[in-house]
Design a protein around this ligand. Structure first.
Ligand SMILES: Cc1cc2nc3c(=O)[nH]c(=O)nc-3n(C[C@H](O)[C@H](O)[C@H](O)COP(=O)(O)OP(=O)(O)OC[C@H]3O[C@@H](n4cnc5c(N)ncnc54)[C@H](O)[C@@H]3O)c2cc1C
Length: 408
């Protein structure tokens, strides 16, 4: 470890490793630090990701793919099944990863691109000078270090402190945090080709239960409920209840607990000499809680922006607006729409959820587009269509049709 780099990335999750890799490929001198001794472990994830998205950044490798699925099965509270193709299933369905191996593979990519990777190295604070972040304070194997850099990138996950150290408000209210519990189970029967989702206010209030096949007769079975619905231990209690009913004879071989931000976008993700990426920037999806791909996507932009800013010798917050603008233009818009959907769905009764599922009977979900699906749903549920009209703003054809449908 040197005492100066162009860029220091804090956290070697998918966001941090992708940031470090891109920045290194752009010719920057990069340090990637990770507080844990083993990158990717312990896993706090259901490990689902869209394979087409992922291929944009990393060549698929059987070493980190546990299972490949064809789509998802969604069960409404009365058990009505809605089956969706992989394309319609969004960012969490396609591959079920082995994240312990996947996260390490991404860090390896960063290292191969030229980044220096340091494990067992925890950022403990920022070096500040004249209102600019100028590096980090860190601890490695009991020793304290100060390491300088032109830009620090906080990719330190849901419990991120880097943003707060730089004065960025990343606070989450209980309702903006999804509390998750998950078992890896074995010795049971499921369809290995589909990820399954179970909805209902009794089984998972303001959330859902997932069953993701992992191959070799194993699956991740987990629950996510928002913080304001979950008393101490509530998520695990509900998950145990579900497992007793659904997989009475299974064996549990791993337990994971963790949180995902479901707040939607925060006000800012840059400061002088600093950018935030992934869960640290609250870039995970408010409806699904999925954040692997979003973190990699934002990390890629942050790496490129870091190179541009250093090239023009301007790492001010104003210069780093290039990152803020770029990620908000696409991902930010998706997250905003997702938040609108989440806020409407959290008010839904089981009766409404069942009605929605029933309204999809007869729709060919193997061939319809996402817009087609959304449209089929909403046509049968005009009140919902009206409540969610803001997500169609800008899609003129649909905007006009919403008005026609609702007023007809
Ligand atoms: C139970 C559960 C299920 C989930 N399921 C899915 C899913 O199926 N699909 C999906 O897409 N997403 C899922 N997610 C969300 C997904 O795991 C995150 O969105 C994703 O990992 C975010 O990546 P990241 O790089 O931003 O942060 P992380 O992966 O959290 O990485 C942050 C890293 O920073 C390190 N770090 C933290 N502080 C410091 C410090 N001070 N110094 C050095 N290192 C530090 C941490 O040790 C960690 O390795 C799930 C989350 C949970 C909790």
């Amino acid at each position: 470890m040197k005492d100066r780099y162009d860029v220091i990335v804090v956290g070697a999750g998918p966001g941090g490793s992708q940031t470090a890799r891109t920045a290194a490929l752009k010719g920057l001198d990069v340090l990637l630090i990770e507080k844990r001794q083993q990158i990717g472990d312990p896993v706090r994830c259901a490990e689902g990701v869209n394979k087409e998205y992922l291929k944009e950044y990393i060549e698929p490798d059987p070493a980190w793919i546990s299972a490949e699925v064809k789509g998802s099965k969604i069960y409404s509270p009365d058990g009505t099944l809605v089956e969706m193709s992989e394309e319609l299933s969004g960012a969490e369905v396609g591959y079920v990863l082995e994240r312990k191996v996947f996260d390490r593979a991404l860090a390896r990519e960063a290292a191969l691109a030229g980044a220096e990777v340091m494990v067992k190295t925890r950022a403990t604070g920022l070096l500040m000078e004249g209102g600019f972040v100028k590096g980090i304070k860190a601890e490695h194997m009991g020793k304290k270090y100060t390491i300088k850099a032109d830009i620090v990138i906080g990719a330190d996950g849901v419990e991120s402190r880097v943003g707060r150290w730089a004065g960025i408000d990343t606070t989450l209210k209980p309702k903006d945090m999804c509390t998750c519990a998950q078992y890896l189970i074995t010795d049971f029967t499921i369809d290995p080709d589909f990820c399954e989702f179970f909805l209902g206010n009794k089984i998972a209030p303001v959330g859902y239960i997932w069953v993701f096949p992992k191959g070799n007769n194993m699956a991740n079975v987990g629950i996510g409920i928002t913080g304001h619905m979950s008393g101490k231990g509530k998520a695990l209690e509900l998950l145990d209840e579900f497992i007793v009913k659904r997989f009475p004879d299974c064996r549990k071989i791993e337990l994971v607990v963790g949180g995902v931000p479901v707040s939607g976008t925060i006000d800012r993700t840059v400061a002088n000499g600093l950018m935030l990426v992934g869960d640290a920037a609250r870039q995970s999806d408010p409806v699904t809680g999925g954040g692997i791909f979003n973190a990699m996507w934002a990390g890629d932009i942050a790496g490129k922006v870091a190179a541009n800013a250093i090239r023009r010798s301007d790492v001010s917050a104003e210069s780093l607006q290039e990152y803020e603008k770029a990620w908000r233009a696409e991902l930010g818009r998706d997250l905003d729409m997702s938040l609108v959907v989440k806020e409407r769905f959290t008010r839904m009764t089981d009766y409404e959820l069942n009605t929605l599922a029933h309204s999809l009977e007869g729709v060919d979900l193997g061939s319809t587009t996402l817009i087609g699906l959304v449209w089929a749903l909403f046509k049968a549920n005009k009140k919902l269509l009206w409540d969610l009209r803001s997500i169609f703003i800008g899609i003129k054809d649909i905007e006009n049709e919403v008005k026609r449908e609702v007023y007809s």
